[in-house]
Design a protein around this ligand. Structure first.
Ligand code: PAF
Length: 281
């Protein structure tokens, strides 16, 4: 795998590939790659000639009290894993090149960035859309793959790409889970053994929500309350939110129509986990 750190070099490579008619697939990440990321790289590989993955722990998407400093970083391991999954180029820019002195430009998707995770992380999505817009200008991808685990992020980035006429198709890939149901996340490494066990309640609660709908339940409040009760059974769980929303507008649903997104964020100790499920009624 070729590692590129220079923004200019990455842009020149991308330009050359485009001139040669090669299709560029792109997987933006913050590193500490896990099987979920690798599935995104594989999906990009199937649909493109060249796959670029970026590793950049983006400071602008972390709040002042969040885990930017302690976010796990392991580039040597990431390199090995990325190659194994079919990545051709790893783009690892330096922070001072992405955000030089005097940096002042931000991309903001209004409305969609406010609810769900946006409520407790008010600047998070502004940071995500800003860095992804920058990365798209640098990597010039025909296709970019994101994970459904970050459901709100995926919706927001699709809106950004549409609204700003990015010439990049966005694909959202299914959540990859551990055997026991826990959604893969770089933040899972923060969990103690006890918290890791308790965290299983999240996927269990989402499965329960799905079952309720398949048995005929249509009231969002009933589904939400069942999930909340189940999660409260885990002694260290502190709920940030449990919501039943429309999968594209992210607006609250009272009654389930044809599709719904059940999304939640829960803290175990200092670790905040998110998970969700898409329900077809
Ligand atoms: O999902 C992530 O890992 C990040 O939010 C992303 C899309 C790489 C932007 O920093």
């Amino acid at each position: 795998v070729k590692v590129v750190t220079s923004v200019r070099e990455m842009q020149r490579l991308a330009e050359a590939w485009r001139r040669q008619g090669r299709r560029i697939g792109f997987v933006p990440t913050m590193g500490c790659l896990h099987v979920g990321h690798l599935s995104l790289i594989r999906i990009a590989k199937q649909r493109s000639d060249i796959v670029v993955a970026s590793i950049f722990v983006n400071p602008t998407q972390f709040g002042p009290k969040e885990d930017f400093k302690r976010y796990p970083r392991d580039i040597t391991r990431d390199k090995k894993l990325a190659v194994g999954a079919g990545c051709d180029v790893l783009f690892v820019p330096r922070t001072q090149d992405m955000y030089p002195q005097g940096y002042a430009t931000y991309v903001m998707v209004e409305g969609l960035s406010k609810g769900l995770c946006g409520r407790s992380r008010p600047i998070h999505f502004r940071g995500v859309t800003t860095v992804v817009a920058k990365l798209f200008h640098i990597v010039k991808p025909h296709l970019a793959v994101f994970g459904q685990k970050d459901a709100q992020q995926a919706v927001i980035l699709q809106r950004m790409a549409r609204d700003l006429n990015f010439d990049t198709r966005i694909l959202v890939a299914p959540i990859v889970r551990e055997k026991d149901g826990l959604a893969m996340s770089s933040r899972n490494v923060y969990l103690s053994t006890g918290e890791r066990k308790q965290a299983l309640v999240l996927s269990r609660a989402l499965r329960k929500a799905k079952q309720m709908v398949s048995k005929g339940e249509r009231k969002a409040s009933v589904i939400k309350n069942t999930i909340i009760q189940l999660i409260r059974g885990a002694k260290d769980a502190v709920i940030d939110y449990v919501e039943v929303v429309h999968p594209e507008t992210l607006e609250d649903l009272t009654l389930l129509g044809d599709r719904a997104l059940v999304a939640l964020a829960v803290k175990f100790g200092s670790t905040r986990l998110i998970d969700n499920t898409l329900i077809k009624v």
